[in-house]
Ligand binder design. Structure first.
Ligand SMILES: Cc1cc2nc3c(=O)[nH]c(=O)nc-3n(C[C@H](O)[C@H](O)[C@H](O)COP(=O)(O)OP(=O)(O)OC[C@H]3O[C@@H](n4cnc5c(N)ncnc54)[C@H](O)[C@@H]3O)c2cc1C
Length: 637
């Protein structure tokens, strides 16, 4: 298989403009004859569904939640980046492009990232027009804060609820189209299979989570916007429902999976507090604008934070990375926190935490300002830990958070299956080996509002407008596969709960495919995951029946897919015998314990082809070319 990224030629600044002009258009009269399925109504999916409907396509959107507003995008706290340069602090499209390529440790496509930076300014205009209540300065201009890996302030925010407010904007646009009948909305529908006819995406099979009905839907194109897979680690900052099923089924139908091992461990989360915990809580990176990270200078110091005098505090990020301080990129901050705790300087009952302290900021700005900026996050912290972080520092530790890997897509966001698109966190497109904070919302909205609406017409205009029919045998066959799998899961009647098996998978991945990886650890993880997968299919217990709401059945299907994805993550991490961004192989580090890339051999996107039930997956490589930035060792000092 030859990977064609379809990156337009010409200067970087003109690529997207040229591409938009050279793509074919569909006339308004013909758009009415075309059906598009959108799976997922987070920021990427809701923006895409609303925009396609606004253009005149017939859209059906599917989501497993009860309302589009429950998509996990609602949880995003800190903000969204855009190169508006309202602060006049030296920002520009080119600087955002440069920061993102560098932040991703030179493992993303220049053309995609430049386009993302260009579109960032349109996104803010679009959202303001929708009424998103971004924070404003006294003079009326939109306010900005800083996020990791940058020296400018370009992050737009709405208190600590940016995702919720952006999603309300997209939801409003989507609802308008539902109301006028241009979008048909299918809540509680989980996509369990992709249907291809003659190698092209032609529809999906869903299970109605309330009634158990298995049903096919046909369309001229299918768009997946189903979010990230950090839940593969069991404990993560993601909602419990976030999963990889839709993209994994697409992968098994022929869509290549890119960079599966690039997973982001976020440095500032509430630490694990016990063996029965099922979820971790993020404390936004935005907090590091004002919060200072420190530990006691002496090992095993068990005094309370307020008993430790200033002279005995070690502000380790500020001293290690003086140029960026507490706002270094996430991969560096997370690894440094881990190192400090492993060395015995950690705080709290487990010793696996560091302090995030707002005392200086409150003395400088007053409690009111801190409350205005982060009030809801402080409240979340208090509800989870019982501690008041206005009075005592927060305790934080890294946790799985985001997947940079996902379905491989070309410049038009099409996967390797013609007619199948992937948007938002479920594709691999823009963040390389490490995503910068506040760039996921930017990417999801760029994909949904601006890129897909421009590119999908090219495919549809080329394909013609013949009706597609869900009575085609390919649909009957796919439905049968789904029914067989449901029956198999319900019929196992083993002794292990789905959660037990998922927790075991998470531990393997966290230990050996987490913040630090090694060849020996990865080999161990591979054999452990294979054994666990066999155990799952021998011994899982799924309670309940098939024709009513059954959370155990839903979870079982998702964990079965995680077990396969986990194996691919390990294989990907094993073949990438270098360190880059979030992927830190102990064998490859500089004298200062930083990731040591190997551009000569690994400047590529790894794109995996499914090898069938028995066969090994096949690795394809998309070479990354750097014309406008020259890859160098990242330096945030
Ligand atoms: C706690 C937290 C805070 C964050 N804060 C920020 C931030 O401040 N700034 C930033 O840029 N990023 C942030 N992120 C990351 C960002 O929120 C996500 O990457 C982004 O919102 C993902 O959007 P999405 O549209 O791709 O997917 P999601 O919002 O996850 O939506 C997925 C959709 O797919 C549907 N779905 C999934 N699988 C199926 C299936 N099989 N069948 C049917 N439907 C399905 C779901 O119902 C849902 O509608 C944060 C992430 C977390 C976890």
């Amino acid at each position: 298989m030859k990977l064609e990224a379809k990156i337009p030629s010409g200067p970087l600044e003109d690529k997207w403009t040229h591409q938009r002009f050279s793509l074919k258009l569909v006339s308004p009269a013909n758009k009415r004859k075309l059906d598009v399925i959108v799976v997922g109504t987070g920021l990427a999916g809701a923006a895409a569904a609303a925009s396609l409907a606004e253009l005149g396509y017939n859209v059906s959107c599917f989501f497993f939640h009860d309302s589009p507003r429950r998509a996990h995008s609602v949880a995003a706290q800190g903000g969204i980046n855009a190169a508006k340069n309202y602060r006049n602090d030296g920002d520009s499209v080119h600087r955002l492009f440069h920061d993102t390529i560098k932040g991703g440790d030179y493992r993303s496509r220049e053309a995609n990232v430049y386009r993302l930076a260009e579109l960032s300014v349109n996104i803010i205009d679009q959202c303001v027009a929708q009424g998103v209540p971004f924070a404003r300065e006294y003079g009326g201009l939109l306010e900005n804060r800083s996020f990791g890996g940058t020296q400018v302030s370009r992050t737009f925010y709405a208190r600590g609820q940016t995702g919720q407010q952006l999603l309300l904007g997209a939801y409003g646009a989507l609802n308008r189209q539902i109301h006028v009948g241009q979008v048909r909305s299918f809540p509680f529908h989980e996509m369990l299979e992709l249907v291809t006819v003659d190698g092209k995406a032609r529809g999906i099979v869903t299970r109605n989570l309330r009634t158990g009905e298995i049903r096919s839907f046909a369309a001229h194109a299918v768009v997946l916007a189903t979010g990230g897979y950090a839940n593969v680690y069991y404990l993560s900052t993601n909602a419990k429902g976030s999963n990889a099923t839709a993209i994994w089924r697409a992968h098994k139908q022929g869509a290549l999976f890119a960079n599966p091992c690039f997973t982001q461990i976020h440095p500032t989360c509430i630490p694990v507090s016990g063996g029965y915990q099922s979820k971790l809580t993020l404390m936004s990176e935005g907090l590091r604008n004002d919060g200072r990270v420190w530990v006691p200078s002496g090992k095993q110091d068990r005094r309370a934070a307020h008993e430790i005098p200033e002279a005995e505090r070690h502000y380790f990020l500020e001293s290690k990375y003086p140029a960026f301080g507490n706002l270094v990129p996430r991969d560096l901050a997370a690894r440094t926190v881990k190192d400090i705790c492993d060395a015995g300087y950690g705080v709290g009952p487990s010793g696996m935490a560091v302090y995030l302290d707002f005392a200086d900021a409150m003395a400088r700005l007053g409690r009111g300002t801190i409350q205005e900026r982060y009030g809801n996050i402080f409240q979340m912290y208090a509800e989870t830990t019982g501690e008041d972080s206005y009075a005592t520092p927060m305790r934080i530790y890294p946790a799985p958070h985001y997947s940079m890997g996902g379905l491989w897509v070309d410049y038009n966001l099409m996967t390797t299956i013609p007619g199948l698109y992937a948007l938002g966190e479920c594709n691999f497109s823009d963040h390389g080996a490490n995503r910068l904070g506040a760039s996921a919302l930017m990417q999801g909205l760029a994909d949904g509002y601006f890129i897909l609406p421009a590119t999908i017409g090219d495919y549809l205009a080329t394909e013609g407008f013949a009706k597609v029919d869900a009575r085609h045998p390919a649909f009957t066959q796919a439905e049968q596969q789904v029914k067989d799998r449901v029956a198999q899961l319900l019929g196992m009647n083993g002794r292990c709960t789905v959660d037990e098996l998922h927790r075991a998978l998470g531990k393997i991945l966290w230990d050996d495919v987490g913040m630090v990886r090694s060849a020996a650890g990865l080999q161990r993880a591979l054999s452990e995951i294979r054994a666990l997968r066999a155990e799952f299919w021998r011994n899982v217990k799924v309670a309940g029946g098939e024709d009513s709401l059954n959370a155990s059945l839903e979870k079982a299907g998702r964990v079965a897919d995680f077990l396969e994805l986990g194996e691919l993550m390990v294989m990907d991490a094993f073949q990438r015998d270098e360190s880059c961004g979030s992927h830190f192989r102990v064998e490859h580090q500089t004298a200062e314990h930083e990731a040591q890339r190997n551009d000569q051999h690994f400047a590529y996107v790894s794109a995996w082809e499914y090898g069938g039930a028995e066969g090994p997956p096949q690795l394809h490589k998309e070479a990354l070319e750097f014309t406008y930035v020259s890859p160098s060792e990242r330096n945030y000092k």
